[in-house]
Design a protein around this ligand. Structure first.
Ligand code: NAD
Length: 491
């Protein structure tokens, strides 16, 4: 079995106490590879390597930094099929989505490599004669990037690409469920030509590895994607040393179907939004809010299509829904099904794990739909699995009120053929991302991505905003008058 160490200062090394852990395929329980489990001292070594290489990397012309990222993207293009399969084997999403995960990373690296030739500041006239004013962007220093398992190639590339092109050095900590994707990614960045120490990877438990990064005084910024409870812990601990902090957390995303919607299109949308990636996307549709006049027909069509979804080996291109990521995740989702039933929600389909035959060693849960009133726990808490709640409403106002009545604010969607309703919804929905006549999932890398309310602290990844998390803005005044000039003070 292949074994991977920690990647520190351009070299793969064992953890200092020799401890290791395994990653498994959630479809069949087979062990994929073994990884070094870093100690706090190992993490400090990685931070030290990043610190030492910072001035070299900062001194690279930004377009050259961009070229290395572009090279990484081109290696990924050549290896796309292999990487897509790897994502599917380690994380469990179906192969079309595994390839999509890789494509998103390629798209982003290609996009952000161009930032090496932008990194724009501003110039502006001075209020004084013979004086010039401008702003410019500088890297923050050593950045800690901590990522979840559900997009094991794309999410790290969003962070690493933006951090590196801006001139920062990085200590990267992937989820312990997907370290193999992370290790291959590191090999690719190394092959693309990153100097030693610029990108370091440490694997192991969040409470030790993640926390050491978050609390270390020499780490100047943290970019974190994960669950809300972990995110709050990270926020509090990182705040003690006044770090810059970017948090991308969970969601409880609604899709609204109005009376005038194209029903078949809307049903296709919710099917993809709710059960794509087995519901394990931060933007997954977990609430379906339907106008009473079309509720019956929507549910009838949705149930028939949901029951026809094919579950199984996610490498099989005919399979629609793969396993969830691990035993713990499976138990958490099944517990939410129980909570829903105990709270009185009506289970319309699914709700069970599949454990016979081919499913024996995997973590498979049937696509599940509940019918209920708004207000139960299953209508307000993130389940992060293939579980959808359907809620009937009497009008637009009630739909928006329910859509907004959750702690999260990541993504929302509305299906309507009325342009006025669509524009009103853009104003009214309390989310960072809003879709009209499209599912709640489907971000594009050249647009900002992020949420409001409990979904984070307002930072945005991707798009033109991607570098904001990773750069300091410096304001510069150049006085070429040859005399002392005082702003605001008359001579
Ligand atoms: P998680 O919070 O359990 O873990 C995320 C990362 O944090 C992992 O690498 C983990 O090892 C690390 N970690 C755990 N404890 C830590 C600690 N005390 N200090 C520092 N790091 C620690 O999340 P997960 O289960 O891996 O991912 C699922 C969650 O991620 C969901 O809530 C989902 O909505 C969210 N997510 C959000 C986005 C977004 O952009 N908003 C994208 C993808 C996933």
């Amino acid at each position: 079995m292949k074994k991977y160490g920690l990647f520190i200062n351009g070299k793969w090394i064992d953890s200092s106490d020799g401890r290791t852990f395994e990653t498994i395929n959630p479809a069949n329980g087979s062990v994929l590879a073994r990884f070094a489990q870093a100690t706090a001292e190992d993490v400090e070594k990685a931070i030290d390597a990043a610190q030492r290489s910072f001035s070299t990397w900062k001194g690279y012309p930004a377009p050259k930094r961009g070229e290395i990222l572009l090279k990484a993207a081109s290696i990924m293009r050549v290896r796309k099929d292999e990487l897509g399969e790897l994502v599917t084997q380690e994380m469990g999403k179906i192969i079309a989505e595994g390839l999509g995960d890789v494509q998103e990373a390629i798209d982003f690296l290609e996009y952000i490599s161009g930032e090496g030739r932008r990194l724009f500041g501003e110039t502006t006239p001075s209020e004084l004669p013979n004086k010039f004013c401008m702003t410019l962007r500088q890297p923050v220093g050593v950045v800690g990037c901590i990522t979840p398992w559900n997009f094991p190639i794309a999410v790290p590339c969003w962070k690493l690409g933006a951090a590196l092109v801006s001139g920062n050095t990085v200590v990267y900590k992937p989820s312990s469920l997907t370290p193999l994707c992370a290790a291959i990614l590191l090999e690719i960045f190394d092959e693309a030509g990153l100097p030693p120490g610029v990108l370091n990877m440490v694997t192991g438990p969040g409470e030790i590895v993640g926390r050491t990064i978050v609390e270390h005084k020499n780490v100047k910024a943290i970019s974190f994607t994960g669950g809300v409870d972990t995110g709050k812990d990270v926020y509090l601990r990182a705040a003690r040393s006044l770090k810059r902090i970017g948090l991308e957390l969970g969601g409880k995303n609604p899709q609204i179907i109005m009376h005038d919607a194209h029903i078949d299109l809307a049903v296709e949308g919710v099917l993809f939004g709710a059960f794509g990636t087995a519901g394990q996307r931060c933007t997954a549709t977990s609430r379906l809010i339907v106008h009473k006049s079309v509720y019956s027909i929507v549910l009838e069509k949705l149930l028939s299509k949901t029951k026809a979804l094919k579950m199984g080996n996610p490498l099989d291109p005919l399979v629609d829904v793969g396993p969830v990521s691990c035993e713990e995740q499976k138990q958490k989702i099944l517990n939410y099904v129980k909570i829903g039933i105990d709270e009185g929600a009506k289970l319309l389909c699914g709700g069970k794990q599949l454990s016979a035959g081919d499913y024996q060693k995997g973590f498979f849960i049937e696509p599940t739909i509940f019918e209920t009133q708004h207000g139960l726990r299953i209508t307000k808490e993130e389940i992060f699995g293939p579980v959808l709640v359907a809620i009937k409403v009497k009008n637009y106002e009630e739909a928006i009120k329910i859509a907004n009545d959750v702690d999260y604010g990541l993504s929302a969607s509305i299906y309507t053929s009325d342009i006025n309703t669509a524009y009103r919804a853009i104003d009214d929905l309390e989310t960072g991302i809003t879709y009209i006549n499209a599912p709640t999932i489907g971000a594009e890398v050249h647009l900002p991505f992020g949420g409001i309310k409990g979904t984070g602290n307002g930072t945005r990844e991707a798009g033109t905003t991607a570098i904001e998390e990773f750069t300091e803005l410096k304001t510069v005044f150049i006085d070429y008058s040859g005399r002392l000039q005082k702003a605001q003070i008359l001579d």
